[in-house]
Design a protein around this ligand. Structure first.
Ligand code: CUA
Length: 156
């Protein structure tokens, strides 16, 4: 079989790029411990989410000066708790999980957008600097009631 000179050059270049990309990925993942974003070390048995702390008592608690912790469960087809109110400027640390299927935790008008995977505990922090009613919706198709899955955060 005969390869044209340019074909050989491009094949060599293409193979070299694959080797370089795999090396970068491999060194990053195995030597430097790079992993997809999110806290993948905290896990919870999805079948028992509603019995396990802190998800057995979902809700909002104040943990500091204008600093709050929001324990939330996203499930078919609602969020618990169904509404929360915080003062303007509040920093809220969300701890969210799902007992059933994958949901998409999005707070409209902010950059908060995370996948809620059953068995994984997700930690997201956001500071609410503007007053208003923030819609929290599900942006991952999760079944027949997907479009009604929402809650609100009222910032006063
Ligand atoms: Cu939950 Cu879509």
């Amino acid at each position: 079989m005969h390869f044209h000179k340019f074909e050989k050059i491009w094949l060599t270049f293409g193979l070299a790029m694959i080797v370089v990309f795999l090396a970068v990925l491999g060194v990053g993942a195995f030597a430097m411990g790079a992993a997809p974003p999110g806290d993948h070390h905290t896990q919870v048995d999805p079948a028992r989410v509603e019995e396990i702390a802190p998800f057995n008592k979902p809700g909002l608690r104040q943990i500091g000066k204008n600093e709050y912790e929001a324990i939330m469960v996203g499930k078919v087809f609602s969020y618990v708790p169904d509404a929360m109110t915080v003062p303007v400027g509040a920093t809220v640390h969300f701890t969210v999980t799902s007992p059933d299927v994958v949901h998409g935790f999005q707070i409209v008008g902010t950059n908060v957008n995370a996948m809620i995977v059953p068995g994984e505990v997700n930690h997201i922090t956001h500071k609410f600097t503007k007053p208003g009613t923030y819609l929290v919706l599900c942006n991952e198709y999760c079944g027949s009631g997907h479009e009604v899955m929402s809650t609100t955060i009222i910032v006063l």
